[in-house]
Design a protein around this ligand. Structure first.
Ligand code: NAD
Length: 498
């Protein structure tokens, strides 16, 4: 069994708190590691280290900083197989899906390589008599990211790549369930030439998070995880005067219009509903067919597809999805299926009895499909985060739209239709942050921004894209006049541009 460390000041550092989390391999149900849980004192030491390293990194010109990111990209490519293998083993997702997790992070590192351009300020020549006005974007100092278990490569890179490119030092507190890839990423960045102390990985639980929230040297916090914790981090971080952005849970709907291409729609629902065992914040968990005929046809096609899903260990590259992340997650998701049955939904496909031969202790669940789910049910209102798709039948397009708008979450949503007017109206009126038109998982590409609405996100700025540069920098505006022989005397009125 492996004893993991923290990565502080460019070195692996053993935990000293005496507290550990157990790391389990979802595929087999075996314990594979012990993860140190940092104390406040350990977190403080990491922050001090980062604070000492940050000014020299901020003073390194942006192009040189970008070169370190470019070298980091090369190392990510070199070690891609190793990273994917470790990620799949700890998380449970399949190796091809683990490679996707890494790739979506890589794309944000690529975006952040453009930082010399992205940091360019504005300049107004002759804004007043002999006066020029310009703005500067400067790093914040030491910033932190707190990330969830479900994308252990992508989300840490979404956070630290733009932050570091902008000249900040970064403390990453990854999920205690799969921290090995974040540690490997920090090692690779160091190998790429990042100065020690600029990217630190400190493992931990609530104590470590609270230490970050209360630390006066942490200027900004980016969080991704479940909504109750997102809300807590947002409130406490704001109360201590930090810049905070928190991304939370989701319940993503896919509206199926009567004119939708049914082959495309069913493929989309199967991939987006069950891929990664439904453990994606952009997973589709609710299908909303419009009209009885559409609903009946959808169910007729979905049932055999869900029944024939191929579930396998993470090492099986032909599997559609692997195990859930922990025994507790498996219990929670199974519990939701029980609740759905008790609430009166029709369980059209029941995956609860699934056993993976040769891996009987792994955390596997067969695909589950509910029909006739109604908005008052807990399985509709709450995030299940497992391979469970609910079908909520709508009579009209307006009913489907209202359903999406009334849900407390607003992360992603999709509409499948051939009708451009309907798609356009939907994109305009739906109260959700990321919208797909015949695209089931509309995670925006790296140079756009990612973020939900309503209780899926707290704070004003999104992740990656231009918002990430805004989030990790502070703007300064300079109004400058050089002595030019003009003597206008003391003025006692507020300067204007008259
Ligand atoms: P989680 O909320 O349990 O954990 C997220 C982070 O918070 C982890 O680093 C964890 O150690 C820390 N944490 C846990 N309990 C805490 C507490 N009481 N106080 C302070 N910190 C605490 O989430 P998870 O189970 O790791 O991830 C799944 C959730 O993340 C789902 O709800 C999913 O929708 C959401 N998610 C959202 C997005 C998004 O961009 N909106 C992306 C990915 C995942």
């Amino acid at each position: 069994m492996q004893e993991l460390t923290h990565f502080i000041g460019g070195k692996h550092v053993a935990g000293t708190s005496g507290r550990f989390a157990e790391g389990w391999q979802p595929m087999t149900g075996e314990q594979i590691s012990r993860v140190p849980l940092a104390s406040r004192a350990e977190m403080r030491a990491a922050v001090e280290n980062a604070k000492a390293a940050q000014p020299a990194w901020a003073a390194t010109n942006p192009q040189r900083r970008a070169r370190v990111l470019m070298k980091f990209l090369q190392l990510l490519e070199r070690d891609n197989d190793k990273l994917a293998e470790v990620l799949a083993r700890e998380h449970g997702k399949t190796i091809p899906d683990a490679k996707g997790d890494i790739q979506r992070g890589v794309e944000v590192v690529e975006f952040a390589c453009g930082v010399p351009h992205l940091l360019k300020g504005e300049f107004s020549d002759g804004a007043g008599p002999n006066i020029d006005v310009y703005s500067l974007r400067q790093p914040l100092g030491v910033v932190a990211g707190i990330t969830p278990f479900n994308f252990p490569a992508m989300i840490p890179m979404w956070k630290f790549a733009p932050a570091i490119a902008c000249g900040n030092a970064f403390i990453l507190k990854p999920s205690e369930r799969d921290p090995s890839v974040p540690l490997m990423l920090a090692e690779l960045f160091l190998e790429a030439g990042l100065p020690p102390g600029i990217l630190n990985v400190v493992n931990g639980d609530k104590e470590a998070v609270d230490a970050l929230l209360d630390d006066p040297d942490i200027q900004a916090i980016g969080f991704v995880g479940s909504t109750p914790i997102a809300e807590y981090v947002y409130a406490r971080g704001c109360a201590t005067g930090k810049r905070v952005q928190c991304f939370g849970g989701a319940k993503n709907h896919l509206v199926v219009m009567p004119d939708a291409d049914m082959d495309q729609t069913v493929d989309a629902l199967i991939g987006a509903g069950y891929g990664s065992a439904g453990e994606r914040c952009m997973a589709v968990s609710v299908a909303v067919p419009v009209g009885k005929k559409t609903a009946d046809e959808l169910m007729r096609r979905l049932i055999p597809r869900v029944e024939s899903l191929k579930i396998g260990p993470s090492t099986d590259t032909s599997a559609d999805y692997g195990p859930l992340v922990t025994a507790q997650a498996l219990e929670r998701v199974r519990g939701y299926v029980d609740i759905g049955v008790a609430e009166g939904a029709t369980l059209a496909v029941d995956g609860r009895g699934f056993k993976m031969q040769g891996y009987e202790n792994g955390y596997y669940l067969g695909g589950c499909l509910f029909d006739h789910v109604t908005p008052d049910m807990r399985i509709y209102k709450e995030e299940i985060f497992g391979p469970v798709l609910s079908v909520v039948r709508a009579n009209t397009y307006e009913d489907a739209l209202k359903l999406c708008n009334d849900h407390e979450y607003g992360n992603g949503v999709a509409i499948f239709t051939r009708d451009g007017d309907a798609a356009r109206d939907f994109a305009s009126r739906v109260q959700v942050g990321m919208i797909g038109v015949n695209v089931p998982i509309p995670v925006p590409i790296a140079y756009y921004t990612f973020g939900g609405w309503k209780r899926s996100a707290f704070g004003d700025l999104n992740q990656h894209g231009p918002d990430s540069i805004r989030f990790y920098t502070r703007t300064k505006t300079v109004t400058a006049r050089w002595p030019s022989g003009v003597k206008d005397g003391a003025s006692f009125v507020i300067p204007t541009m008259e």
